[in-house]
Design a protein around this ligand. Sequence first.
Ligand SMILES: Cc1cc2nc3c(=O)[nH]c(=O)nc-3n(C[C@H](O)[C@H](O)[C@H](O)COP(=O)(O)OP(=O)(O)OC[C@H]3O[C@@H](n4cnc5c(N)ncnc54)[C@H](O)[C@@H]3O)c2cc1C
Ligand SMILES: *[C@@H]1O[C@H](CO)[C@@H](O)[C@H](O)[C@H]1NC(C)=O
Ligand SMILES: *[C@@H]1O[C@H](CO)[C@@H](O)[C@H](O)[C@H]1NC(C)=O
Ligand SMILES: *[C@@H]1O[C@H](CO)[C@@H](O)[C@H](O)[C@H]1NC(C)=O
Length: 598
Amino acid sequence: MAAMRGPRAIRGPLFFVLLPVLLLTTQQLAGGSPPPDPVSCARGTSDCTVTNTYGSFPDRTICRAANATFPSTEQELVAAVAAAAAARRKVKVATSHSHSFPKLACPGASDGTIISTERLNRTVAVDRARRLLTVESGMLLRDLVKVAADAGLALPHSPYWYGLTVGGMLATGAHGSSLWGKGSAVHEYVVGIRIVTPAPASQGFAVVRELGASDPDLDAVKVSLGVLGVISQVTLELQPQFKRSVTFVTRDDKDMAATLPAWGSLHEFGDVAWLPRQGKAIYREDNRVDVSTPGNGLNNYLGFRAQPTLGLLTARAAEERLEENGTDIARCLAARLPAAAFELQAYGFTNDGVFFTGYPVVGFQHRIQASGTCIDGRDDALLSACTWDSRIRGPFFYQAGFSVAMAKVPAFVADMQRLRDLNPRAFCGLDAKLGVLMRYVKASSAYLGKAEDSLDFDVTYYRSYADGAPRAHADVYDELEQMALLKYGAMPHWGKNRNFAFDGAIAKYPKAAEFLKVRDRYDPSGIFSSEWSDQVLGIKGSPNVVGAGCAIEGLCVCSDDSHCAPEQGYFCRPGKVYTEARVCMFEQRDTTRLVDQL
Ligand SMILES: Cc1cc2nc3c(=O)[nH]c(=O)nc-3n(C[C@H](O)[C@H](O)[C@H](O)COP(=O)(O)OP(=O)(O)OC[C@H]3O[C@@H](n4cnc5c(N)ncnc54)[C@H](O)[C@@H]3O)c2cc1C
Ligand SMILES: *[C@@H]1O[C@H](CO)[C@@H](O)[C@H](O)[C@H]1NC(C)=O
Ligand SMILES: *[C@@H]1O[C@H](CO)[C@@H](O)[C@H](O)[C@H]1NC(C)=O
Ligand SMILES: *[C@@H]1O[C@H](CO)[C@@H](O)[C@H](O)[C@H]1NC(C)=O
């Protein structure tokens, strides 16, 4: 009888979780309904709101703007900036999908103007001989990569998701993974920019500034959070087309702290995904090979494919049930499935675009570097969509992203593993999201780029649709983030994270003052600055929103029990490994029993 108990006990949760996982990974949809426009206006182009692709900023507020414009030429762009500058109205760029988690796309005040770059997506010039490509700033990475390949050229490094725009990638310092050459951030390959900034009335209220490779202002404009003006065109220095050879190797995580610094030197495109509960690390061995190497591999990452809406709804319902009413054992059992399913299907890599026959997968850079077929489909009335489509009550998550200077990585990872070892099951929520992705980013001359060679950590975890609802084991995730940001001085990714991560972040940028000088020159009245950008740049106010339950929502670090959810048993307590951390911890109190007895 005892032998029967195990399997029978797990049948319930397994059923709920296996079903959506199977739905999620076995579908071969070419693409689902494209994501909604983040800009939505009640009357024509006025009375608008802007949001991100998840449909919710970290503070869950709605961002309003008086009107929106959709310029399709630089001339129209100049006119839009001039109109805002003449009226001293706040203005901000939104892109076709707006993928940044924080409130970057929100113009200041509530009567500002949104300038969308969705119609600025053309190729301006291709210079094959000098390997230069000039594009408009609203072009998607998907299209950029293709235009380059058609000219026999390659952008050597980029984010892994191709739905991002050139302007958005630059503004937030977006990157792939590399310590080689100029490194993995897209802005390192920029050699020219045309940016439209406000100007005095004598100059018509807006001017186009053209910056060449040696212009010192380029170090401000490369990573700008969008506060310097609207980037109109970008010139990138590309490389001759090349191929890559990719192999994923799963090992145990015992020597990970020591291995990580070396891995980035060994493999040009190497990265590592850590599954904390399972104690595994998935090493990506990814190197440049000659174009003559046989192979026409394709990266069509499973996580970026369209998913049937029904599967997304079911997956979310199962996740909520586990989160709210599941045991650690049930949650951890469920958490093993996604990583296993992805490994089985080679993460969506194929050797020829159709079948996976084994590693290494060799293919052209433009077929390997990024993917995202869920944005490529025709409207199917929302029968399928990207996993995070905000019109579907599907998966909803937070993503922390922070970079730790390479010299501190072994100590940070050792601390992280110490925290894991105290209660491995608390980390199942990270395994469930395919682990902590670790990628290499090089030191940059950009004022708001990385100050040192670093390892970037992406930590994705469950978010509740309900404001203020505590999450299971949120204390360990919060301790992890505070440890990285405070003890190890990590820099938060400008396009990810919850509010508290940006508190004091600007002090980590040695060249921040240089950046602000350029801002004062380009936009002296700050029409491109918002409450949010002022808070993160240390100009005015704090990104924290302190109040009841703020630490539960990641809007503050708790300093009082009321910042947690004391009525639900969550109290503000020190961290377990990093004792300076302050996190909301669940404590079973006798009070509930007392109340029950009354
Ligand atoms: C599925 C997914 C995968 C991701 N993968 C990666 C990854 O691999 N690596 C990585 O580093 N990041 C990644 N990110 C995060 C992403 O890089 C950032 O959020 C990115 O900045 C978003 O680009 P966007 O085009 O959507 O810009 P938005 O989020 O719309 O805009 C970001 C900021 O840039 C400003 N801006 C945009 N265009 C212009 C312009 N032309 N001129 C001036 N300002 C402008 C906006 O006003 C805003 O302030 C990922 C995000 C998602 C959703
Ligand atoms: C936006 O609204 C303001 C105020 O109503 C107006 O002055 C401005 O011209 C409008 N801009 C556009 C592009 O519609
Ligand atoms: C520009 O965007 C439009 C609308 O989304 C699209 O139809 C077109 O193919 C894009 N052009 C390029 C060059 O990517
Ligand atoms: C959790 O259990 C409670 C009490 O049975 C129930 O009301 C709630 O709906 C459950 N939550 C989920 C997501 O299933």
